[in-house]
Design a protein around this ligand. Sequence first.
Ligand code: PRP
Ligand code: URA
Length: 209
Amino acid sequence: MSEIHLINHPLVQHKLSIMRDKETRSKDFRELLKEISIFIGYEITKDLPLEDKEIETPICKMTAKKVSGRKCAIVPILRAGMGMVEGLQTLLPVAKVGHIGLYRNEETHKPVVYYCKLPEGISERLVILTDPMLATGGSSCDALAMLKERGCRNIRLMCLVAAPEGLEKVRREHPDVDIYVAAIDQRLNENAYIVPGLGDAGDRIFGTK
Ligand code: PRP
Ligand code: URA
């Protein structure tokens, strides 16, 4: 069974509370999401394998530690997942970035795919799939299935706020994928929005409502 990593660092909780406030404007919302993404990214990358490399400091030669292997890929679920990319790129500046476009049908709440562009050789990389909102779990589960169809085997799901329903669905359908999240909220409402949540993350990031 996959693990749920709850990132309850006090600064993350503080920043998330400001994001939840309906008076918080897009500019601040985006900046806070970027900052929180760095904290969550720190946890996600905590066990990246290191290897020894010979280098020379201005003083002498030494054996230094460097991240080994083919490194990482970041894959945001459009649109809201884009809000977590810049923070992750601060930590992983050479990571390749793919995009999966999904939107939820407003009546059925089921995800609809409209775009997929992934970097070559993604199956060799650790993939960090980003989406701040894990509500019913439909979007994340479909995106995870798309990544697996392309051979990805080492995937971590990075969210901000999750509903218990979404967590359960992802864990049932993708038991190999660990989930990193800053808050587990109470439930979904009749429109499949997270309660108390923070509203529509895409609209709040891009100012579309
Ligand atoms: C939101 C959110 C997730 C999805 C979560 O996207 O960013 O992708 O809903 O809901 P789920 O877990 O029930 O699938 P939305 O469809 O509103 O698209 P947007 O990001 O383009 O606004
Ligand atoms: N998508 C969002 O942006 N917010 C929710 O609460 C649920 C789905």
